[in-house]
Design a protein around this ligand. Structure first.
Ligand code: ARG
Length: 255
């Protein structure tokens, strides 16, 4: 008798585990606090996301999505993964992704995007004293980028360029410091963080001098989930109206 109950309980547990292990976690119940939103990121992109001193993901995007979750009634659970696997993980391993991700037509084939929340541009990191200054100077150069990023897409179009793609942008910067690449193309704010970190070795060049287009960061969402998109967009609007958004920009980006 007892054994049977235990077996039934275990079977139920297995079912629960299986349910939470796959499918959209946005629909899973996390008890009294409401629903869980599993958010993918790549915590190697300061100041938007990085691993904090406590070993947990932190940064502007992390704070923003937590504030959105609070407004929209979700318990936010962050999952750190490779940037290159974020888009394909939406709807299976994760519900949404926030990762300083630029809205692109290509990505829109697979995912939807929230309203944009930040404008950026690619910058160019060069060793101090480099003669790279304009778009033409990038031709035929060894260029370091982060794998699967808009920086890589831009570099791939440069004539004669030899592109090295790294899982983390900082690995590209390390190879710049080692002399293995001539420059690194990476988003403006991380470029500034790396520039400050290695201020004795590298210079940060403004991407507009290379005719790079402005880019918009947005939260990547499951395709066609307009209910979730509406919730996230309304929360974002409220956070902009009530000053939370600005205070996060001050705290994480401008400080
Ligand atoms: N904005 C660029 C892109 O969307 C780079 C983003 C990289 N983000 C990250 N968390 N590593 O492709």
């Amino acid at each position: 008798m007892k054994k049977k109950i235990l077996a039934a309980a275990m079977a139920a547990m297995v079912t629960v585990t299986a349910l939470t292990g796959c499918g959209s976690a946005a629909s899973s119940d996390s008890g009294s606090t409401g629903k869980t939103l599993v958010v993918g990121t790549n915590a190697a992109f300061p100041p938007f996301e990085y691993v904090g001193d406590d070993g947990k993901p932190d940064g502007f995007d992390i704070a923003l999505i937590k504030a959105i979750g609070e407004k929209a009634g979700y318990e936010v659970q962050i999952q750190d993964m490779e940037f290159d696997s974020l888009v394909s993980s939406i709807g299976n391993k994760i519900d949404v992704a926030i990762a300083g991700m630029t809205v692109t037509e290509e990505r829109k084939n697979t995912v939807d995007f929230s309203d944009p929340y930040y404008e950026a541009v690619q910058n160019v990191l060069v060793p101090k004293g480099s003669d790279i200054a304009t778009a033409a100077d990038l031709q035929g150069k060894k260029i370091g980028v982060q794998l699967g990023t808009t920086g890589e897409f831009i570099a791939d179009e440069i004539e004669g360029a030899e592109v090295s793609a790294y899982n983390k942008a900082v690995d590209a910067v390390n190879d710049l410091n080692n002399g293995r690449v001539d420059c690194v193309i990476v988003d403006k704010n991380p470029a500034e963080v790396f520039g400050a970190q290695f201020s004795d070795k590298v210079d940060v060049l403004d991407g507009t001098k290379f005719d790079f287009e402005p880019e918009n960061y947005a939260i990547a969402l499951p395709k066609g989930d307009t209910e979730l998109a509406d919730k996230i967009n309304s929360a974002l609007k409220e956070l902009k109206a009530d000053g939370t958004y600005d205070s996060l920009v001050k705290k994480y980006i401008e400080e």
